[in-house]
Design a protein around this ligand. Sequence first.
Ligand code: AMP
Ligand code: GLY
Length: 424
Amino acid sequence: MRVLVVGGGGREHALVEAIAASHLEPEVFCAPGNPGIARIAEVVDIPVDDLVALRDFAVSRSIDLTVVGPEIPLINGISECFWEEGLQVFGPSRAAARIEGSKVFSKEMMRHAGVPTAEFEVFDREDRALDYLHRRNEFPIVLKADGVASGKGVTVAKTPEEAESAVREVFGGRFGAAGERILIEECLVGREASIFVVTDGENILPFLPAQDYKRIGDGDEGPNTGGMGAYSPLLWMEPATYGQIVEEIIRPTLHQLALIGAPYTGLLYAGVMVTEDGPKALEFNCRFGDPETQAILPRLGSDLLELMVATSDGTLAGREISWSSDKAVCVVLASEGYPESSHSGDEISGLGDLPAGVYVYHAGTSERDGRFYTNGGRVLNIIGTGPNVLEARARAYAAVESIHFEGMQYRTDIALEAIELEEI
Ligand code: AMP
Ligand code: GLY
């Protein structure tokens, strides 16, 4: 069997590793991949947004299944592009990927489906949005540019001034097409979790929950990033709450998408806030989360590729998913200047033999003459696993300390709160 993974970050490194370990013994390709992925799969120099070149490659190499990592190709219709040629894809259609591609679409869908979520209003004019802010006069308040803005389109405004400047920024063209509409919504208070389910449109296989850390600094200080760490599973989340998320958030969403003629297949990611009034959906993504995936997949006991094939075939019914009882903690190592900028070309040392229970996934690296260099904002993901969070975390941070590059930055508090909840 031949599998193509689209993408080239830490998430795709973890996906390629799990897929390559399948008992289906696949030949794995990755476009564009990265130097870590190149050690375990054949990398192909095609960018993730060149759908036609990706399809031509898949046809010419008789690829049996294509697994799409990032959201952009899905939102741009890679699935339809491949399906037209009779190729199988693990990922939703363009119509279903709007659940991530348009925040307004997503919220309106939630409203119709009766999914618990923050109250919201949509505006397509700056003056009306500002007028609403003045009338509502309630802070903090959350403002979101409609389209995909790489995580930068969301502002949690604590003051009227911050909220007004977020409105002006959106309508001032900072986010391009993402800035034609703005959502203004109630600020939810609680604990955030990332919930992944694999679905063939009808059947649902839930993964275990994870938590990611979006801000650059310890204690959730500083600007938002693509994600600075993650851990899984979540000791604070009761199984009953998880069940509620599946029944009240995931299932009605899938039902509603099917109802409007956009049935969802692939991996659905719900960002959820567990509030005093129960879990509420913050957003949906149409793909695996990064870096949560890196903390989830090392614990997966089932064969990921088999699940993906069953998802694309519509034969998930009756399947189960098994997990190791281990815990996993992922620490992201970022380059100097991240998230405002990034630094490339600094040599990375310490990537030799890994101790047991430690995984290293490449996110932004380059390789020259057998040496690795930084090549982007998020450089490496270091994952520690162990029978409890304390050990998993200690393994992750011990490995982090043995790795070095100029300007390396990372958070020191990933999964710290989980240790306090742990009874060993
Ligand atoms: P999103 O891209 O919609 O997930 O938003 C990015 C981050 O903003 C989320 O992970 C939350 O931390 C925060 N956020 C989004 N919506 C809300 C909300 N209604 N209330 C509180 N925080 C929010
Ligand atoms: N970890 C957040 C995301 O993948 O969007």
